[in-house]
Design a binder for this molecule. Sequence first.
Ligand code: S5P
Length: 259
Amino acid sequence: PQVQTQTYDVRLSNHTNPAARALLECILRKRSNLCVSVDLSTSAELLEVVDAVGPSVCLIKTHMDIVEDFDQSVIDRLRVLSEKHDFLIFEDRKFADIGNTVVLQYSKGVHKIASWAQLTNAHVVPGSGIITGLASVGLPLGRGLLLLAEMSSAGTLAQGAYTDAALAMAREHRDFVVGFIAQRRLGDEDWLILTPGVQLGSGGDSMGQQYNTPREVVRRGADVIIVGRGVYGKRGEAGKEAERYRKEGWEAYLARVGG
Ligand code: S5P
């Protein structure tokens, strides 16, 4: 059978990377394929929303470089919440430099991403040295990498031959690359497809973001739906909205696998 119609349970046996396995196990435990992207710029707001949506998610996506009052305690508190609510952490760092530089950006600096994020992502524009570099830091720690094969934004150059090249690069690093940020299923192998640009009711924003519904992106092959403003946009309602998206995403998955 095609990967598309396999259950998360079966998919688990296709993966050896510890971060990919932990994500699939969490998805199954919580019956959630929802990742909430918490793009808020103070630690108080960030952690408040994470605490509210925690019960409904398998994964929290961060942009730690937008947090104005960042220090190590933000990470410590985020990790406490990840244990309290049972979710993994994905730092959406979008690395895009030569191998030697991304080694430093991933392991050092203010954020020390590799020490706390089970998943991170990278553009393929530099060529495969970026993966070799990130893997040298991430693999010993049991981390996983997602490649940006497509983007949700209008006019993206990540399409066609670029997307094919991302797939080819992933195939050379199957131990560390666990899947893609993409808008649909790619390749015949079992890659985890995480899809942003998701909202109930479609449309977009004034800066090129384009939205599809959970049902539509899961039908096209998303294994995890990434929702930002659709969940945290209405102040005080993030918990309720996250549960709404969790149900939508899960029903769409059941429909896809024919359960
Ligand atoms: O193609 C992409 C890739 C990513 S990771 N399009 C995206 O929007 N993202 C990220 O997903 C983006 O950086 C943001 O953090 C999130 C979408 O947020 P929303 O508020 O539009 O749902």
